[in-house]
Design a protein around this ligand. Structure first.
Ligand SMILES: CC(C)(COP(=O)(O)OP(=O)(O)OC[C@H]1O[C@@H](n2cnc3c(N)ncnc32)[C@H](O)[C@@H]1OP(=O)(O)O)[C@@H](O)C(=O)NCCC(=O)NCCS
Length: 224
């Protein structure tokens, strides 16, 4: 069987590839188990560490950004529990590699997280970072579609686990549900490199903004 171990700051070390890790094995997704929430928060914290908006909002070293992200991801997962689709790679310890958090129509915005998670978020982020995230959130909230839609809140794969099809597999699994139920989908991304990745899944750019000096692409996908 596969073993995935790693350092919280450096990311997962992927060892002993087993039979489950064929090209199609990496692409399979499953719902996260509630016991995996902290592991997923760690892998998402790493996944977003070097994204432009992350650098602009947190402004610290790579390890400071991972620590700060971890608080944000834990708060998001605490708020999302029971309200969101949360998928991870279907391989063993998949939550350590990355995951997807998405909301059904009417599910956005998530409510504030429970108090314990809010406290961790506030103390873990620091005032300046909180203020900059708040600013980014408000700009994007103003532009958020008003008609019912499926929303991709987060999709991230730890750097060492990328380019194996994990991201595409998580996205496909969610879009299968979207297409079965019907309706349009929406997301935001701060990386130009992601545009082709999302184009292939049927998303088109519907607007571009600059937030904290960083371009943000808003993408929509019509009902399929
Ligand atoms: C965007 C992201 C989720 C993609 O995850 P991923 O697991 O690397 O995605 P995939 O492996 O499915 O596809 C990525 C690329 O690898 C290629 N690829 C997939 N399997 C491959 C393989 N076995 N060998 C080589 N390349 C492969 C894909 O064709 C794709 O090419 P592209 O860069 O031209 O689009 C990941 O880069 C990430 O977490 N980025 C940081 C966070 C972020 O920006 N998230 C999205 C905004 S919400």
């Amino acid at each position: 069987m596969q073993s995935t171990v790693g350092d919280k700051e450096k990311g997962p070390m992927i060892a002993n590839p087993g039979a489950e890790k064929t090209a199609s094995g990496w692409r399979r997704a499953r719902p996260m188990d509630v016991s995996e929430a902290f592991e997923l928060a760690d892998s998402l914290a790493l996944a977003f560490r070097d994204n432009p908006l992350n650098r602009a909002a947190i402004r610290g070293s790579a390890s400071r950004r991972v620590r700060s992200n971890r608080c944000g991801m834990r708060a998001t997962l605490a708020a999302a529990g029971g309200r969101a689709t949360i998928l991870v790679p279907a391989v063993q310890a998949g939550a350590g590699l990355g995951g997807l958090i998405a909301l059904a129509p009417g599910g956005w915005p998530l409510p504030p997280p429970p108090v314990f998670a809010q406290l961790e978020y506030w103390f873990g982020q620091g005032f300046g970072t909180l203020r900059r995230w708040g600013k980014a959130y408000h700009v994007l909230a103003e532009l958020h579609p008003t008609e019912p839609h499926w929303y991709l809140q987060l999709l991230g794969v730890a750097p060492e686990a990328r380019r194996r099809g994990i991201g595409a597999g998580l996205l496909e699994a969610w879009l299968e549900d979207v297409d079965r139920e019907g309706g349009s989908a929406y997301l935001e991304t701060d990386r130009r490199e992601n545009l082709g990745f999302y184009n292939r899944a049927g998303f088109e750019v519907v607007g571009t903004e600059e937030i904290l000096g960083t371009p943000i692409w808003r993408m929509g996908r019509p009902p399929h």
